[in-house]
Design a protein around this ligand. Structure first.
Ligand code: HEC
Length: 125
């Protein structure tokens, strides 16, 4: 094999790797496709009844008190709503490659409740 061919092979591998990398980015981040496959939630979703228990069992351990991770305290309605309105909360909950909680992405049924709460206008109770 000539040096020229080796160079072409390198370029090919580099391009293939770049395509794979970009493909991974588009499929792994902010993918709510699995939620769209679920039947719609019929009943009213509120913070007190539905959202607070999800946050309490999945987020509060790291996101409350004076040492809250990323300075993000999710222990009350106003703060959770603020994070949701800003967009970060939904992005991270649905981020397959960098999810919150870090231990693994929540089931689509759980993330759908958060989406519905936002769509319904952040009802408190
Ligand atoms: C085991 C600890 C832990 C748990 C549990 C956890 N987080 Fe986090 N979270 C972190 C850490 C550490 C960071 C900062 C590093 C990063 O952004 O990955 C962070 C960052 C974030 C951010 C980005 C904040 C910013 O300003 O960039 C959001 C939003 C968030 N978490 C939401 C949540 C939600 C919602 C839950 C529950 C569904 C959750 N986290 C559960 C540790 C945790």
């Amino acid at each position: 094999m000539t040096q020229h061919h080796t160079y072409q092979k390198f370029i090919f591998l580099f391009l293939a790797g770049t395509v794979l990398f970009l493909y991974n980015c588009t499929t792994n981040t902010i993918d709510e496709g699995d939620i769209q496959d679920l039947p719609p939630i019929e009943e009213t979703v509120t913070y007190d009844d539905d959202v607070a228990p999800i946050i309490a069992s999945n987020c509060i351990g790291c996101h409350s008190g004076p040492n809250a991770n990323a300075g993000l305290d999710l222990s009350n309605y106003a703060n959770v709503r603020g994070a949701a309105e800003q967009g970060n909360l939904v992005n991270r909950i649905n981020n397959g490659s960098n999810p919150m909680p870090p231990s693994g992405i929540l089931p689509p049924e759980t993330r759908q409740i958060i989406d519905q709460w936002i769509a319904d206008g952040y009802l408190e109770n």
